[in-house]
Design a protein around this ligand. Sequence first.
Ligand code: ADP
Length: 518
Amino acid sequence: MIKPIRNIGFYFILIILTPILFFIAKEIYSLSENEAVLETIYKNQMETLLFSVNQYSEDLVRSWGMKLEIWNNDVSPSNSEINYKSKKLFEANPAIRSIFFADTSLSNIRLDYNKDKILMNRNSQEIKSILENNYLLIKKLRVYKKNNFTKFEPVSSRTSPQIQILLFMLGDKNICGMFIDKQKFVRENLSSKLQSISLDEFIVSVYDSQNDKNIYSTSNSIQKEFVQKGNLWLIPSYSLGISVQGKNLNDILRNRTYSGIILISVLAIMVLFAARYGYKNIKQELELAQIKNEFVSNVSHELRTPLALINMFAETLYLGRVKSDEKRNEYYGIIQQETERLSKIVNKILNFSKIEAGKWKYNFSVQDLNELTGKIFLNYKFHLENKGFTFTFIPEEKILEADLDTEAISEALVNLIDNAVKYSDERKNIEIRTGCDSNSVFVEVEDKGIGISNDDQRRIFEKFYRAQSGNIHNTKGTGLGLTLVKHIIDAHKGKINLISVLNKGSIFRLTIPVIKKS
Ligand code: ADP
């Protein structure tokens, strides 16, 4: 029996658990893959945001350049009109500190507007040297311009590090340069763009990449660690950094992984529980099937023995082979005894099937448990004493009234007495006692028989169950008696208590609650 169950357990694990465990392992693996994909997407998204900041600043500077170009085309650079208009542009954008125009031969250099006149000694000579030093760059700008593209090239100022010079072509022949205050440009021209892309999700910061000094941040708290970094195209000494508001990306991913793993673990535990439950059920079914087989063979055996005896003695009598009246009476007695035994077995099985089908009808009425037990005792006394038993009844002195189905309680009691007889060994002592307390009445049957092991005590009330120890093979039984007793006591809302010690004996007590009259 154990081996097939083990085999089933093995196949069960193979067929059901293996694919599920594979699935769980795959899920854990794909979880980390997903995290990696997510991280890449996230980083790409941030890169796009940084790109948009650069694009914005270039568009802004381009719009300034275009204005200057239009004015330059309209009038000659020396016209006072251009001075007036560019003055307005400077005033609206404090980041533009000064601007110069030069022809490509560098012979005509004009500083148009200089807000830092006092601070910086900006003159034609200085500008000329800047232009000369960036000769190749200017050549490139001219090529771009020829192809209709105005490119802005950042050039650093040796004399004032806080200034970024932006060179570009104004028409074919004029070079223009803007002196931009780096910090002002970031704080006044870029801040609104930075705020708009940061939303509530990100913190965008601009910092000086040479000394890590924070120039501007969309949050009050200064960030040092960024998920993504990039240069500011027009101010190469400045960098842009982006980080996630509150938790950083790693925290979010870690949380996601944890919750994923927790979810999968819960799933795995549930699967294991379900598998265990399934295995237990299959095991129980197999055991029941086995027990039923034993039951059929037990019952067949129980029926065959009395039938064979009845057949033998009836035939002997029928053929007139028994001469003496004494013998004849003895044989009649045996036939009667065996018939009784047969009908007991059949009744037990019929009662059990009635109970299983829910067709057993109880008829409750107020009865005295003492009186009922006394009657059964008397019925059994002669028979048991004949078999060599000491059979006693110690009744409670009081009347033990309770709501009882007398037929059912008699059946339960008879079953207990039958068992006490069956499972008594050499010490043939059976005692019945009744008693009560304020809430209940009880009857108990004690024997000095083979007793029941602790393990079996838990199972003997299950249908068809027969304890494997003791003299089970010598005693006949169906494994239904105690199931009937339990059902009957349950119907009376009572309980069964069992005290049993192997090789010492057992006490079965049936307790039935008393319905108090109000
Ligand atoms: P059975 O027809 O086998 O007696 P029961 O349901 O009446 O079936 O009892 C179930 C099992 O409980 C028995 O097979 C026996 O092993 C054990 N048992 C019941 N009563 C006693 C007892 N008084 N002493 C020892 N074992 C008992």
